[in-house]
Design a protein around this ligand. Structure first.
Ligand code: AMP
Length: 220
């Protein structure tokens, strides 16, 4: 099956990618699919798959490629692609093998966006981040706090520091990102699909992405 419009968002954990993804989803009518959220929902719902990936994730390691593609396939098959202009994949593919599996089963992306934030900034941000685990909603205690400290604004449920946001797991995740994701960036750069946006603040990076997408999709 091929996807009408497929945009990949590649960014290190904690680089503001979920905020940027939500804006792209809303403005450009792309269904946002975040692989990390799919796994976290399995864990929160206590599924067998959730039990299988829980330790891998809390150690900051990558889930096996076949299992990852299976979770993505389940999610893509549930969405009504006719209602949307396409998909925005966030956090996936993350290995060259996933690139190949995805393109074989679905389609090549039309565009790959890389948000490039310095790692020192990311470590600082993640240690201040609290998450509503069932939904993946995130808050930052410094610049985007919940209305009531420690409580999700929407459900009133408790927020938590994700086990993989703890400093030792963060440095493992950033090492993994550097080692495993960089070849993917090179792959898409070589195919002239990659557009890199660098900076430290999401609200500065976002208008550049927005302008670029407007031009790319020829939206007035
Ligand atoms: P994220 O929220 O994107 O940082 O993802 C959290 C965790 O989910 C990662 O550290 C991995 O353990 C797992 N994960 C998410 N996406 C993938 C993927 N494409 N391939 C393998 N593991 C993934």
């Amino acid at each position: 099956m091929s996807l009408k419009r497929c945009v990949l968002l590649i960014a290190a954990p904690g680089s503001g990618k979920s905020t940027i993804a939500k804006r792209i989803e809303r403005i450009y009518k792309l269904t946002h699919i975040c692989s990390g959220d799919l796994f976290r929902a399995h864990i929160a719902n206590g599924t067998d798959l959730g039990k299988q990936v829980e330790k891998i994730m809390s150690d900051g390691n990558l889930v096996d490629d076949d299992l990852t593609m299976q979770v993505l396939g389940d999610s893509l098959s549930k969405i009504n692609l006719k209602e949307y202009d396409g998909v925005l994949l966030d956090g996936i593919p993350r290995t060259l093998n996933q690139v190949e599996l995805f393109e074989r089963q679905w389609s090549a992306p039309n565009l790959v966006i890389n948000v490039d934030v310095p790692f020192t900034e990311i470590v600082n941000r993640l240690s201040n981040r609290l998450t509503h685990l069932p939904s993946g909603r995130v808050y930052n205690m410094d610049f985007d706090p919940p209305e009531v400290p420690g409580i999700d604004d929407v459900t009133g449920e408790k927020l938590q520091l994700r086990s993989d946001d703890k400093p030792e797991a963060v440095s493992n995740r950033l090492d993994n990102y550097e080692l495993i994701t960089q070849p993917i960036l090179k792959h898409y750069k070589d195919r002239q699909l990659l557009k890199v946006f660098s900076g430290t603040e999401t609200n500065v990076i976002w208008p550049e992405i927005d302008l670029f997408l407007k031009k790319h999709f020829k939206i007035a």
